[in-house]
Design a protein around this ligand. Sequence first.
Ligand code: NAD
Length: 335
Amino acid sequence: SSSIKRILVTGGCGFIGANFVRMELEQDPGLSITNLDALTYAGNPDNLADLAAEPRYRFVKGDVADRPFIMKLVAEGGFDALVHFAAESHVDRSIEDATPFLRTNVIGTQNLLDAARAAKVPRYVQVSTDEVYGTLGPDDPAFTEDTPLTPNSPYSASKAGADLLVRAAFHTHGMNVVTTRCSNNYGPYQFPEKLIPLFVTNALADIPLPVYGDGKQVRDWIHVLDHCRGVDAALRKGISGEVYNFGGRSERYNMDVTKAVLQLTGKPDTLIRYVTDRPGHDRRYAVDCAKAESELGWTQTVTFEKGLADTVAWYKANAAWVDRVKSGAYRNQEA
Ligand code: NAD
C-alpha cells in the first residue's frame, strides 16, 4: 500500500480537482483528502456533494492567497502530499482583469510552497498547463517539456510564473516538487464557460454556439480522467524537479469540435455564430507526452470520440447540475 495517506488538494470544487478527489478516494481506501477551496464562481460544492458523508473527505473553505491561513492549515494537517489545482483558469477573464490571476495563481502558489516547506510536506505537485509554452504553427512539432515558456495570455503568463516559482523551490530549497502540464480537458463537472460544456449546454437548450474567429484554432483534447490519472502518476512516480506533459493525442479544429457537439446533441449547424476572435488567441497547441508514457507508464485510455459522446450524455443526464450552474443557484451554499 501507498506511503501517501493524507493529501491536501486545493481547488477540489473545480472541474479537474473534483474529478481527481473522487478518483483518489475510490482507488485507495486507505487515503484521506482535505479539499481547500475558496469557492469562487468556478468552485461548485455540488461537484462533490455526494461525498458529504464520507469520513475520509474534509472540505475547508479558504483562499490560497491568504498566507497566515495557508501556513496554519498546512502546519496542522500532517499531509503526505499537496496537490495544487486551485487557480483562476479562464483566459477571457484574464484579458478582462489579470489581478485575481496574479493573486491566486502566483502568490497563492508561493504561499503553498512556503507552507509545504515549513511543514516538511514530503511531496508537492503543481498542476499546470500546456498554455505556458505559447502557440504553435501548423507544422511545428508538439510541445515537449524542454520547449521554452513563452506564454501569450495573462492566464498562461500567471501559470508560467507559478511554474517558475516551483522550479525555484526545487533549486533553491531542494523541495520535492513535480509539475504537470496538460492540454485542454473536457468531461463531467466542467464549468460551462469553457468551449465544450458551453457548447453542449447551449446546444441542448437551443442557444447559439459562439465560435471565435474562423474556428480554425487547433486544440489537443484530453478526457479529464486521463489527466487525473496523469497527476496521480506524477504524484506517486514522478522524479523531483521534473516536468511531465500530458495530452490526448487528439488535435482538433475548434470548428470540428463544434460540429461534433451539434451532431451528438442532434442540433442543426444553424446554431453556429461566428464572433470576433479573442485578442492574442493562440492558434495551435499540441503536446508531446512521450516522457510521461515512458517514465511514468501513463497512457491515454479515452479516445476523443468516445469521451465526447460520454460527456454529452453526462450533461444531458445531469440537467439539474446544469440548471443550478447556469442560474447561479450553486453559489448559495457553503459546502
Ligand atoms: P476551475 O476553474 O474549474 O476550478 C478552479 C478551482 O479553484 C475552483 O474550485 C475555485 O473555487 C478554486 N479557487 C480559485 N481561486 C482560489 C483561491 N484563491 N483559493 C482557493 N481556491 C481557489 O479550474 P480547472 O479547469 O479544474 O483547472 C484546475 C487546474 O488545472 C488549474 O490550475 C488549471 O490551470 C489547470 N489546468 C486546467 C486545464 C483545463 O483544460 N481545464 C488544462 C491544464 C491545466
